[in-house]
Design a protein around this ligand. Structure first.
Ligand SMILES: *Cc1c(COP(=O)(O)O)cnc(C)c1O
Ligand code: SF4
Length: 321
């Protein structure tokens, strides 16, 4: 994997940011480290500040602003751990925090302050497997993170083999940011793993927020994923200044559809400390999705949802009539 961009001074130089921004970038990165994949670091070298990708990954002084209601663990993850690295909120599905690492650090991430080091499943895998064996009502495992594709193929393959050995499990899902930020990660070994497991077709949920993320190399990676027979879905976060227009959301859905990816969820921002400047109010979100409903086929309109701690599912936001 080519090295990612993690040093603020390096970023200011390579992305030709005004020198005056360095202090804010450094301060924000001290709270949640800077990380941009090599692929995006290269593509965004000459991008303007309002580029929807730059805005997702460039640390900013706005992150230091405290706002009422924006907290460390907005989705209540700390309260729903079954065993180390295994979270169960919803019936039949358990989510494995497979690793703490991600290919990028999205500045709006709700896990900005998650205590990954303690919670990551790689450190507690036998306990996680025991918990899954002990509860046959769980039929689907979601490998999440962090990003599960941060693990090398051999480690992932061992995890999948262990899960295959639990007869009550029937479905496997992978939530990942890699294909849209580090497309080279979708390699032959990964393809083999996805097509060769007894869980095939594996559901792969791609995190993507703007059509420009689906550049030619990313599109090729998505095609390689499709060729494995995986079910491809997407999830996006509605973000101020990134995808908060009907045209941007429609273009994203169209671009996903063209690659055979079904838009699954459009999340309202989780109110994590440091991300207030990304929030789009619910009424505006509803108007945007209603607009989409009026111009796209139903299967290209993502479900607008919000996560409410303690609810039995992601909560659909009513669009009205
Ligand atoms: C989002 C999420 C899921 C998956 O929800 P679906 O509606 O099945 O996509 C499962 N577990 C946790 C903890 C989640 O946050
Ligand atoms: S890839 Fe996901 S978990 Fe990782 S920083 Fe981005 S939003 Fe957070």
């Amino acid at each position: 994997m080519p090295p990612s961009l993690t040093d603020p001074a390096d970023l200011v130089r390579r992305w030709r940011r005004p020198a005056g921004e360095l202090a804010g970038i450094t301060a924000a990165a001290a709270r949640f480290p800077l990380k941009v994949s090599a692929h995006l670091a290269r593509l965004l070298a000459d991008a303007p500040a309002d580029d929807p990708r730059v805005r997702q990954f460039l640390p900013s002084a706005d992150e230091l602003v405290e706002r009422e209601g924006f907290v460390a663990d907005p989705v209540g993850d700390a309260r729903v751990q079954l065993a180390g690295g295994l979270l169960q909120k919803y019936r039949g599905r358990a989510l494995v925090v497979a690793t703490a690492a991600c290919p990028v650090h999205c500045r709006y991430c709700f896990r900005r302050e998650y205590p990954y080091a303690d919670a990551s499943a790689v450190n507690h895998w036998p306990a996680a497997l025991d918990a899954l064996r002990a509860d046959p009502s769980v039929v689907e495992v979601i490998l999440s993170g962090g990003d599960p594709l941060s693990l090398p193929n051999a480690a992932l393959a061992r995890m999948v083999r262990d899960l295959e050995g639990i007869p009550s499990l029937t479905r496997l899902r992978i939530h990942t940011r890699f294909p849209t930020t580090s497309p080279e990660r979708v390699d032959a070994g990964l393809a083999e793993l996805l097509s060769g497991t007894r869980f095939a077709p594996v559901a792969v949920v791609l995190h993507v927020n703007h059509a420009t993320e689906l550049d030619p190399e990313v599109a090729a990676a998505v095609r390689r994923l499709r060729a494995t027979g995986a079910v491809l879905l997407s999830q996006s976060v509605l973000l101020r200044g990134v995808n908060d227009t009907e045209d941007a959301l429609a273009a994203l859905s169209e671009a996903l559809g063209a690659l055979g990816v079904v838009p699954y969820y459009l999340h309202l921002l989780d109110r994590v400390r440091g991300a207030a400047h990304f929030e789009v109010p619910e009424a505006e979100a509803v108007a945007l999705v209603r607009g989409l409903t009026g111009r796209l086929p139903g299967y290209l309109v993502p479900r607008l949802v919000r996560e409410i701690a303690g609810e039995p599912a992601k909560t659909a936001v009513a669009l009205g009539t």
